[in-house]
Design a protein around this ligand. Structure first.
Ligand code: SF4
Length: 481
């Protein structure tokens, strides 16, 4: 969500006439888009602001702006601690940035403006996307849950859902521009629709994305196990361009800890969803987030987490050692787990997950996969020059390219997996098929290269592995909502 908002901030500034500073040149404006979920966000922010102070002293016309969750939380505190900051804006009013910069310049004083409610859905603001071929599309912001470790509801507010017609119009416009992969974003995508009273709105949205010609890959993040309903699993399995990938935060495998976290599902429910997803999409890669050492977590509770990890066989897990976030209920809970215990459990969890990730990756050796080529310079490794791409299940694959082959970011290549490491795969036996796409054309256009227009890639009706062809793919009706 933070990256999505940063792209909007760049777009807003470009629309207002600013141009991106070249690398290694002094910028006239520096904007920090902060994330309070990250550990030590405030130390890092004030450290960075401190580094910029002498730069600003040497260039008094320079402006510094701070936005995002930390700005929403600390408000006026930022200009008290760093009076050389020109603008502070919150999560709800990122659209005000150009105006605030202008006002600070004219009035020669810091402008602090924090809105309490969302002014514009960030997606309605101009954007400067980092990628030519992949885009974030926000379907909701905020969250109605109250997980005790999380600062998001305090800073992003209650869930606000965007109308399905607006989401789909944005996706279609992106596809027109050459985008072939979208990631639908929300703090809790499964709750999408609760604001306008349609509990199945998210599955309808997925199916409607499946009707958009030229859209090759649809991903989403993140679902909440509490709201994960069967219609979403069915829509995933039956919609060819919805990728066989699910990132579903577990946080803890212990039902007692989940209760203390105020996460209203239990171990059995989580494992039940995993089982259904595996039955519907045997090829799906399931990934997760896990917090180790939440207050009150006993060795037995931690063992429950290891149990769920063993049962679920996640392709990958983002693992975190619990640390207090000021302003959250968990920060003041009794029974904080000693750091050395947290660290030791964390190491055991990482070792187990790495082993599982590696075993799961090894199962893919010899399999053919179609990759969407990522941006980035090719790397020489021994005799091979390699580029990288993402498989449908979002696994990272480094693949060998011949000297004369130059697939562009956004193009699709078919390769065979020849080697597996815990966190990536390698395909060194050459490209079996290269499919030039409109996304690759869009990338060429960004580089100022002459563009040969590739044909739209029509995917409708293509069966997904593991899903019988005869299963109908119902038409989504949420465009009408
Ligand atoms: S579901 Fe919980 S962890 Fe996720 S954003 Fe909402 S409150 Fe935070």
């Amino acid at each position: 969500m933070n990256v999505h908002d940063s792209e909007r901030l760049s777009g807003l500034l470009e629309d207002a006439g600013y141009a991106r500073a070249a690398e290694d040149t002094a910028a006239d404006i520096v904007v920090f888009n902060t994330c309070a979920v990250r550990e030590n966000a405030d130390n890092r922010l004030y450290g960075n602001l401190g580094h910029l102070r002498p730069v600003k002293d040497a260039n008094p016309g320079m402006q510094i702006a701070v936005g995002g969750c930390l700005a929403q939380k600390d408000r006026g505190e930022i200009v008290r601690r760093a009076p050389w900051v020109d603008v502070v804006f919150g999560t709800h009013n990122i659209g005000s940035l150009p105006t605030l910069l202008e006002r600070a310049r004219v009035q020669r004083e810091a402008q602090v403006e924090i809105a309490e409610a969302l002014e514009h859905f960030p997606s309605t603001l101009p954007s400067r996307r980092e990628s030519a071929y992949a885009a974030w599309v926000s379907i909701s912001v905020g969250c109605n849950n109250t997980c005790t470790f999380c600062i998001v509801p305090a800073l992003r507010g209650k869930e606000k859902d965007r109308r399905p017609g607006d989401v789909l119009a944005e996706v279609r416009a992106l596809v027109e521009e050459g985008v072939t992969e979208v990631t639908l974003l929300g703090q809790n995508v499964n709750a999408y629709g609760s604001e306008f009273g349609d509990r199945q709105a998210f599955s309808k949205l997925l199916r409607a994305c499946g009707e958009i010609e030229g859209l090759e890959r649809v991903r989403f993040t993140s679902p909440h196990p509490r709201d994960f309903t069967d219609d979403v699993i069915e829509a995933m399995a039956q919609t060819p361009n919805v990728m066989p990938q699910l990132h579903m935060p577990l946080q803890s495998g212990s039902s007692k800890v989940l209760k203390d976290m105020r996460r209203s599902y239990r171990q059995e429910r989580f494992l039940g969803i995993v089982e259904k997803v595996r039955a519907a999409m045997p090829q799906a890669a399931i990934t997760t987030d896990i917090i180790v050492g939440f207050p009150g977590e006993t060795e037995e509770d931690f063992e429950q987490t290891l149990h769920v990890v063993r049962e679920s066989r996640f392709a990958m897990a983002f693992t975190f050692q619990y640390s207090k976030r000021p302003g959250t209920p968990a920060a003041t809970m009794d029974d904080q787990v000693p750091p050395e215990v947290v660290k030791e459990r964390y190491q055991r969890l990482v070792a187990l997950q790495d082993q599982i990730s590696w075993e799961e990756n090894q199962k893919l050796i010899g399999r053919e996969v179609e990759l969407m080529v990522s941006e980035g310079e090719g790397k020489k490794d021994g005799e091979h020059r390699r580029l990288s791409g993402r498989a449908p299940d979002n696994r990272l694959v480094h693949f060998a390219v011949g000297d004369s082959e130059e697939p562009r970011p956004g193009d699709m290549v078919t390769v065979e997996v020849t080697y597996a490491a815990p966190h990536h795969l390698v395909a060194d036996s050459g490209i079996r098929n290269l499919r030039r796409t409109r996304a690759g054309d869009a990338w060429d256009a960004r580089q100022g290269k002459p563009v040969q227009v590739s044909k739209p890639d029509v995917l409708l009706g293509m069966p997904k592995i593991g899903v019988p062809e005869e299963q109908p793919a119902p038409v989504g009706g949420c465009c009408d909502a």
